[in-house]
Ligand binder design. Structure first.
Ligand SMILES: Cc1cc2nc3c(=O)[nH]c(=O)nc-3n(C[C@H](O)[C@H](O)[C@H](O)COP(=O)(O)OP(=O)(O)OC[C@H]3O[C@@H](n4cnc5c(N)ncnc54)[C@H](O)[C@@H]3O)c2cc1C
Length: 311
């Protein structure tokens, strides 16, 4: 465990926005979880779990939060990227599955290429999705017909109420970009997850992954500083199309703008000479919601998580 005072959060997020937390607590192993309650008592502030920071809009200024960074599963003892642990195989009605235990700190792009290389299917739609495994679980990240929750067999979580414990599928609730624990808890941190991945042909998986990446690259601003889609798609609708029709594409405020490529991506122009401010991001989001509400009578729901969530 390592504790850093007043960390700057902008550099820990893909949107490159945000002020300073009270502290950041880095967890490198499951043993560190036992020391977490005492560390949080010392730092104070409300606990916020950080993955890869690719789905976050963090407010500016001094924030009353302590950031927890579960990095277990990201590096091995030699400092190289750690690999998933293969637990075994099982036969299902539609083929053979390999069970993998993966630490919450592992980067999703690493896990994706590791599994595709070994012919393990289920994540190939998530090509181009940044972040870590814990974040993908928390967001039930998904794309091109794949999502995280259906692959999950069990989850090891820490909660302030119960400490570290393991849950089966009945222990969580997942839907489109939603994941929560079934048990009452003030917050939770995923430490590791067991995934069941169907065995398939590696060459075919690579082909699907490359095809998905081409689609993603041609329709989304993957090289700009964004936090992915700002809003969830309303049932049967595309938030991007609604925002486009409401005139939000390219709308700018300070260094923040809705991408010309895809109106549901709020981007930060870090090279324009104007300091990026979360206030501008929040004002653009409010403007976009009002425009879609006025034009279509639809209330857009945030996909990006706002820290701290005080409104
Ligand atoms: C270019 C780009 C493309 C994207 N494309 C997609 C896409 O196609 N599909 C998609 O679903 N998303 C997409 N995203 C959004 C984002 O990458 C995903 O939501 C991702 O899974 C978030 O993971 P993270 O580790 O970065 O989480 P963070 O942004 O760090 O956190 C997101 C939420 O998860 C919580 N969290 C993180 N780790 C843990 C943990 N260990 N335990 C408990 N809670 C935790 C945080 O508290 C926060 O509430 C995209 C983002 C970008 C920048």
């Amino acid at each position: 465990m390592n504790i850093i005072d007043r960390p700057e959060l902008a550099g820990l997020t893909t949107l490159r926005l945000g002020g300073r937390a009270i502290a950041a607590i880095r967890l490198d192993s499951l043993d560190d979880c036992e020391k977490l309650p005492e560390a949080l008592r010392l730092t104070g502030g409300s606990a916020h779990v950080l993955g890869g920071g690719s789905n976050l809009l963090v407010h500016d200024g001094d924030l009353p939060i302590t950031v927890i960074r579960p990095l277990m599963g990201s590096r091995n003892a030699e400092g190289r990227p750690a690999e998933p642990e293969i637990l075994g195989t099982e036969d299902g009605p539609d083929g053979r599955y390999t069970l993998l235990r993966v630490g919450a700190g592992m980067r999703m792009p690493f896990l994706l290429s590791w599994t595709v290389k070994r012919g393990l299917a289920g994540l190939e739609g998530l090509v181009g999705v940044p972040g870590r495994v814990g974040g993908a679980v928390a967001m039930n990240a998904g794309s091109y017909g794949c999502s995280t929750a259906p692959l999950m067999r069990s989850l090891t979580v820490f909660t302030p109420e119960r400490g570290l414990h393991e849950l089966g599928p009945e222990g969580w609730v997942a839907s489109y970009r939603h994941f929560s624990l079934a048990e009452p808890c003030s917050w939770y941190m995923s430490a590791s997850v067991v995934l069941a991945m169907k065995q398939a042909d590696p060459a075919e998986l690579r082909r699907i992954m490359q095809e998905n990446f081409q689609k993603k690259k041609s329709g989304q601003p993957v090289h700009e500083h964004t936090a992915g889609c700002v809003f969830k798609n309303p049932e049967g609708q595309s938030a991007g199309r609604l925002l486009d029709a409401a005139g939000m594409k390219g709308r700018r405020r300070g260094a923040l703008y809705f991408s010309e490529m895809h109106a549901n991506f709020l981007a930060h122009d870090t090279k324009c000479g104007i300091e990026g401010r979360s206030e501008d991001a929040l004002a653009l989001i409010a403007e976009a919601r009002a425009a879609v509400r006025e034009r279509f009578g639809i209330e857009l729901e945030m996909e990006v998580r706002e820290w701290p969530a005080w409104r």
